[in-house]
Design a binder for this molecule. Structure first.
Ligand SMILES: NC(=O)c1ccc[n+]([C@@H]2O[C@H](COP(=O)([O-])OP(=O)(O)OC[C@H]3O[C@@H](n4cnc5c(N)ncnc54)[C@H](OP(=O)(O)O)[C@@H]3O)[C@@H](O)[C@H]2O)c1
Length: 290
């Protein structure tokens, strides 16, 4: 068997096109474009690249992109004051504080200070709670994108055996909540899980969000399973060149899986598209509440 390779790049682009159309309708109805403001503290080069990409994608979708780049020694109080100002700014529909923050800043306190209605990352405890209670919420972009890829591949997933590997607040836990929301039978594996191979072998859906290159072996995979690889790991190849690989051993896994996402070009492009979709959703909700 050779798996269908899920083209996240094309799917992400299609989602961005849909968002752009929604933005045009929003502008026509409300006389302003939705606004997304990203806050970056410090000089982390990977974070700076993400922030640039997010800004470009926001503008491309027809939205207003705001950016605050603060020095790495910014105090927590100053960051909280900026968040409060953005909460109060009617032109700002979405606020994203780029993680990780410098160690002297309490990340949980900053995330909890963001207005839940503008929390386009879906990390505020109110949105976490709403998702887990099965209520409408702003949902973290990466797992939301994964769910879209899974349901487009498989259709109705009610009753299917789903395994999420990883239990982070950013990916693993919200992914499990989303799959449960679709009535899948969900197992969450983590670093203390015994016999990961056996869990993978029983799963019709596998979402790997770990950060260990090639952790999931092809021979573990149940034939025909839908395999979503969130892992984004930079490794140095035999040729000495850096490249990105996932948490799944792609070459062996594709011979058993029914569907599989590549790295890069799978889940990654869905994340930014999901961020834009969340910003439009937040703008619509705020406009209808006004
Ligand atoms: N494509 C995207 O847009 C995107 C977005 C976000 C993240 N990512 C990538 O996804 C990966 C995970 O990110 P994250 O933020 O969720 O990472 P994280 O916070 O480091 O969480 C990793 C999880 O993996 C578990 N784990 C570690 N070793 C394991 C093992 N040997 N077997 C089973 N589980 C194991 C950990 O278990 P414990 O809880 O027991 O420690 C933890 O729950 C990373 O590669 C990251 O770069 C990609």
């Amino acid at each position: 068997m050779s798996a269908i390779i899920i083209d996240g790049k094309a799917r992400g682009l299609a989602l961005r096109t849909d968002v752009a159309a929604g933005v045009a309708d929003f502008v026509a109805a409300h006389g302003r474009a939705p606004g997304l403001t990203v806050v970056l503290v410090g000089q982390d080069p990977a974070s700076a690249v993400y922030v640039r990409m997010k800004g470009a994608a926001t503008r491309e979708a027809g939205m207003v992109s705001g950016e605050h780049v603060l020095p790495s020694d910014t105090s927590e109080a100053a960051l909280l004051a900026l968040v409060a100002a953005l909460n109060a700014d009617p032109a700002v529909d979405g606020i994203l504080v780029q993680l990780p923050l410098p160690r002297h800043i309490d990340t949980d306190r900053v995330l909890a200070a963001i207005d839940p209605a503008k929390d386009v990352d879906g990390f505020h405890p109110v949105n976490v709670g709403r998702l887990s209670a099965g209520l409408d919420a702003l949902v973290p972009c990466t797992p939301a994108g994964c769910l879209l890829l899974i349901t487009e591949a498989l259709g109705d997933i009610a009753g299917k055996e789903a395994l999420v590997i990883g239990r982070s607040n950013i990916v693993g836990k919200p992914m499990a909540a989303l799959l449960l929301g679709q009535s899948a039978t969900v197992t969450i594996a983590h670093s203390r899980t015994r016999d990961l191979a056996a869990h993978v072998g029983g799963a019709e859906i596998v979402v790997a969000a770990v950060g260990v290159p090639g952790l999931v072996k092809g021979e573990w995979i149940r034939p025909g399973a839908c395999v979503i690889d969130v892992g984004t790991n930079r490794v140095t190849g035999a040729d000495g060149k850096a490249r990105l690989v996932g948490d799944v051993d792609f070459d062996s896994a594709r011979t058993r899986a029914g569907w599989i996402t590549p790295v890069p070009g799978g889940v990654g492009p869905m994340t930014i598209a999901g961020l834009l979709a969340n910003t439009l959703k937040a703008a619509r909700a705020r406009a209808s509440a006004a």
